[in-house]
Design a protein around this ligand. Structure first.
Ligand SMILES: Cc1cc2nc3c(=O)[nH]c(=O)nc-3n(C[C@H](O)[C@H](O)[C@H](O)COP(=O)(O)OP(=O)(O)OC[C@H]3O[C@@H](n4cnc5c(N)ncnc54)[C@H](O)[C@@H]3O)c2cc1C
Length: 523
């Protein structure tokens, strides 16, 4: 192996979470940021609608908190949501100061509406290219701060010594390189590519969660995978996201006969939470044997639509759809990994020396259903907290090259009050010979662990995933299926046709750790 590098911090991932964490960590020590492909390749780049924060005169963090908790179906961590909504406006001001150019009306931020937000609070950039502008601004700030950011490094394994994360192994141009640091901040994003229909780009394949799991850190809430209700659905087009903000501007969902089917489903109609809208669309598609339903913007002012959604307009036009004049065919697609590496309120995982933030992490802000535009906010709010906690850890406990002690205290303190019990795993793993290939896996997941689930399908998927050892994707997919099979109820994005009701006995979290039975943590 080449000579190990030594840093105070290594950040894995160059999305909004990794970039923001690296900027904050750089104020406390040396940072190495490693990312799999090019700096901009990430879910963050594709974020359209915006970032939620109570910045409007009529709005308040309390109202944002209530909307978030209501969408989360009883599983949000109250304190995490309080932090998210109260610190949100400060982080928006910080992003503006860093040079991120959010859209304005006059000298005020332009605020959009999105489903299940009770006030206009969606801050956006370039109309519908919010993530790209945040990435541009943050990457410029990283260059200004001379952060050592390296592309083309695929992190393969975390180095764990004496139960403490001490660095990682990465593949770079076919070579394996070792990097050591006092603290590692994992910001490797989500895993939409585990499903055959997804809004996520190719590098969002769940690897980050697998890295932490294989190293021995706890994961949580893996059964909760959000399916976006409205992805463009045409044979000749990728599942391009049609942002929630389009419905916020007045877009209507129409069934085969032109009827507004959401009116009969929820009093908020098209602005109901994502899980409600996604399942209503699925029900329409099943009932009428359709590949998609229609999104209608034809009644809206064309200039406003083009101005607010330039990217959606241009992309749809490439496929012959003028969104101001034509109906847009849409269907649900895998979108956001709600579960992930379990952290406390400061990004500390159950493993000393390892911090996590952004989509790969699970701090509990989304509960069982993520509210639109809360994930970019989560990424910046908790990336900053993770970087600061990691800096404290490095300063107090683990000087580079010397420290063998890890605090992990935050995580321990937080856990101690919560009762846990072991869950029985019904399916013995590892007996199957017909293990799905990497190419087959996404279709196995879509068919059996997608928007609508059943015990039989989940068991079938688990059999095709074997013992999860075939790849990092097999490992994470198996954890999703195992958790979904254990949770005998429907709640938020997790819907089981064999258990269609919400069951108060399942109000809590499924926590997973390698070489241990899954545990249920109440509350
Ligand atoms: C189409 C689309 C639209 C969206 N719209 C919105 C929106 O409007 N508002 C909102 O709040 N959220 C939105 N989201 C969700 C949001 O974009 C993401 O949740 C958020 O950007 C996640 O940021 P992140 O930094 O955690 O992960 P990412 O941005 O995905 O970054 C992960 C990084 O980790 C790197 N990486 C992964 N594995 C490895 C490895 N093994 N080694 C090295 N590097 C690795 C990746 O290459 C990448 O750089 C949208 C998502 C999509 C896909």
């Amino acid at each position: 192996l080449p000579k190990p590098g030594k840093h105070d911090f290594i950040v894995i991932g160059s999305g909004v979470a990794g970039s923001f964490a690296a900027l904050h960590a750089a104020r406390a020590g040396s940072v190495l940021l490693l990312t799999k492909t090019a700096m901009q390749d990430s879910n963050s780049l594709y974020a359209q609608g915006g970032i939620a924060a109570a910045m409007g005169g009529e709005d308040s963090p309390g109202s944002h908190y209530r909307d978030t908790v209501e969408a989360g179906r009883g599983l949000c961590d109250d304190e995490a949501v309080r932090i998210l909504t109260e610190e949100g406006p400060q982080r928006i001001r910080e992003l503006l100061a860093l040079g991120v150019r959010f859209d304005k009306e006059g000298d005020r931020l332009a605020l959009g509406r999105e489903a299940a937000h009770s006030a206009p609070r969606i801050i956006h950039a370039g109309g519908d290219t919010t993530g790209a502008e945040m990435q541009r601004g943050l990457h410029q700030a990283l260059r200004d701060a001379s952060v050592d950011a390296r592309e083309g490094h695929v992190v393969l394994r975390l180095i764990v010594e004496g139960g403490i994360c001490r660095g990682l192994l990465a593949r770079m141009n076919g070579d394996i390189v070792e990097h050591r640091a006092a603290a590692v901040i994992l910001a490797a994003g989500g895993g939409g590519q585990l499903f055959s229909h997804t809004t996520n780009p190719p590098n969002a394949n769940g690897e980050g969660a697998a890295l932490a799991y294989e190293a021995g850190a706890e994961l949580m809430d893996m059964e909760f995978f959000q399916f976006h209700p409205t992805a463009l659905t045409r044979e000749d087009a990728p599942r391009f996201l049609i942002s929630e903000a389009v419905r916020g501007e007045g877009g209507l969902l129409l069934g085969q006969g032109g009827e507004r089917f959401m009116v009969g489903v929820d009093p908020r109609a098209e602005l109901a939470p994502r899980d409600v809208v996604a399942r209503a669309i699925w029900a329409q598609m099943e009932r009428d044997h359709l590949a998609s339903v229609n999104l209608d913007l034809r009644h809206l002012d064309g200039d406003r639509v083009r101005g607010r959604f330039p990217q959606i307009y241009a992309t749809c036009l490439r496929f012959g759809i003028d969104i101001t004049a034509d109906l847009i065919p849409v269907a649900p697609a895998a979108h956001y990994m709600i579960g992930g590496v379990r952290t406390d309120l400061d990004g500390a995982t159950s493993m000393p020396g390892l911090y996590a933030c952004g989509e790969v992490a699970c701090v509990g802000v989304h509960g069982a259903n993520r509210l639109a535009s809360n994930s970019l906010l989560e990424s910046v709010v908790f990336a900053r907290r993770a970087a600061r906690a990691a800096a404290e850890y490095v300063r107090d406990w683990a000087p580079v090259g010397a420290g063998q002690r890890g605090s992990g205290l935050l995580a321990e303190q937080r856990d101690s009050s919560k009762p846990r019990r072991d869950l029985d795993v019904a399916e013995p793993a590892g007996m199957e010979t017909d293990v799905a290939t990497r190419e087959e896996l996404p279709e196995v997941m879509w068919q059996n662990a997608g928007l609508v689930r059943h015990r039989d399908g989940l068991s079938q998927a688990l059999r095709r995933l074997g013992d999860g050892s075939a790849s990092k994707q097999h490992a994470v997919a198996a954890l999703i299926c195992q958790s979904a099979l254990l949770r005998d109820e429907s709640r938020g994005v997790h819907f089981r046709t064999d258990y269609p009701q919400t069951d108060d006995g399942w109000r809590g979290h499924i926590v997973l750790q390698i070489d241990r039975a899954p545990q249920f943590e109440a509350g």
